[in-house]
Design a protein around this ligand. Structure first.
Ligand SMILES: Cc1cc2nc3c(=O)[nH]c(=O)nc-3n(C[C@H](O)[C@H](O)[C@H](O)COP(=O)(O)OP(=O)(O)OC[C@H]3O[C@@H](n4cnc5c(N)ncnc54)[C@H](O)[C@@H]3O)c2cc1C
Length: 389
């Protein structure tokens, strides 16, 4: 039997897992081609550790070496278009050449990027957090601000320079603010301790509460930790304007902000699909109960929009893992002309890192413990091992 062509768009949690699992499940029946604009897989939750100034293991995977090990093809290119009628994926390689690949099955799992929601100044002045280069830029800015504050003679000037803000009161925004605080505190050693009292941290959240979708105990506990850390919290205040040294919300005129972490939300990457897949306002792709757009196209992870009963799937690595297993199973079944398996989301809880402490949310049972960073580290090592074995 002629080998079936499976194209996978995006080597994130979903893409890497599906590629490896398909090669294990169907070693002789499928040729798998994984396409990504980067040459490495990034374990994105580890960006928080990196931002805190740590050197986490299990941060990235070289895709080419991984592909070689598991016997699939890797193409470093940006996918521009998926034509569902002709079953072709079009992509642009690094040298600018355009290529097309015909598929029997395609999996679109290209994740999502930070959305600036057209807020004036946000794209120009705020820092997104989605790649290693972003962390490097944030660190560079923090270092510049600290050096300038040390040289400043007036207290007012020092205070203005050391104003750090996170926009977005979801898990990523809160974890990132604590990580940034840990990083800048880490820079204040010896005589440089003197600038520490001038630092301010703020969290700005558009929605009426932080951590929507989390257990009330997690929200209450996080609010307590934020206030213990001296973070000023602005809730129910959508940012309307960002400037180089402050931001404005619907209610507050001017929040000093020399370094702004932008964790306000996500949108889909530019990738056209024809015929249109009836995409959601932020470009996310609606999928059916089997994670399909049509018989031959699957979508999973952050780029997919799926609602199970009243619950819209959270965009996190946990969902991505579950979807990857389901998509693999359904590709195998569809190639064997078997009944597909509906996707079912089961939450295994959450881990929220708040600097050197954090919360373990085990489906309603919340433990606020200093062991959280250690447990999280072990868990991520396990997840990384799961990705690669
Ligand atoms: C700072 C941060 C902290 C996080 N913390 C947590 C956490 O603690 N717990 C948790 O569960 N989740 C966390 N997440 C969310 C989690 O990382 C994502 O939900 C997960 O990565 C989604 O996996 P994915 O496979 O859909 O996409 P991704 O892992 O984002 O991978 C998408 C891939 O597609 C590629 N790509 C994009 N567009 C194209 C294109 N046009 N052509 C080719 N390739 C393309 C990208 O280069 C990327 O490699 C965090 C995210 C961030 C940014």
């Amino acid at each position: 039997m002629k080998s079936k062509q499976v194209a996978i768009v995006g080597a994130g949690f979903v893409g890497l897992l599906v590629a490896r699992l398909l090669r294990i499940r169907l070693p002789h029946q499928v040729t798998v081609t994984l396409i990504d604009s980067k040459d490495h897989f990034l374990f994105t939750p580890r960006l928080i550790d990196l931002l805190a100034g740590e050197h986490p293991t299990s941060l990235r995977i070289d895709i080419q070496a991984f592909a070689k090990k598991y016997g699939f093809d890797f193409v470093k290119a940006e996918v521009k278009h998926v034509d569902r009628a002709t079953q072709q994926v079009s992509f642009e390689e690094t040298n600018g050449s355009l290529r097309k690949m015909t598929y029997d099955k395609v999996v679109v799992c290209c994740g999502a990027r930070p959305s600036f929601y057209d807020v004036p100044g946000a794209r120009q002045y705020a820092f997104p957090l989605k790649a290693i280069e972003h962390v490097e830029r944030i660190h560079a800015q923090a270092n510049v601000l600290l050096s300038r504050a040390r040289l400043a003679t007036k207290e007012k000037e020092k205070r203005a320079l050391l104003s750090f803000v996170a926009v977005g009161g979801g898990a990523a925004g809160i974890e990132a603010l604590f990580a940034l605080r840990q990083y800048v505190f880490g820079l204040c050693v010896g005589s440089e301790e003197e600038v520490k009292p001038y630092m301010s941290f703020a969290l700005v959240q558009a929605a009426p509460q932080i951590l929507s979708g989390f257990e009330p105990t997690v929200v209450a506990c996080s609010m307590m930790e934020l206030s213990k850390a001296g973070v000023k919290i602005f809730i129910g205040e959508p940012v309307t304007h960002v400037a180089s040294d402050y931001l404005v919300t619907g209610r507050t005129e001017r929040i000093p902000a020399q370094l702004i972490l932008w964790c306000a939300g996500l949108e889909a990457h530019d990738l056209s699909i024809d015929p249109d897949a009836h995409r959601r306002p932020s470009g996310f792709i609606p999928v059916d109960a089997y994670l399909r757009v049509d018989e031959n196209m699957f979508a999973g992870g952050d780029v997919a929009f799926y609602r199970e009963k009243n619950l819209v799937m959270p965009k996190n690595a946990q969902t991505a893992f579950l979807m990857a297993y389901n998509i693999t199973e359904n590709i195998v079944r569809s190639l064997h002309h078997q009944k597909l398996r509906p996707f079912h989301y089961v939450s295994h809880g959450n881990i929220l890192l708040l600097g050197k402490t954090g919360i373990l949310d085990l489906n309603g049972v919340c433990l606020h413990t200093r062991l959280t960073p250690w447990i999280r580290d072990l868990f991520y090592r396990f997840r990384y091992w799961q990705m690669t074995h």
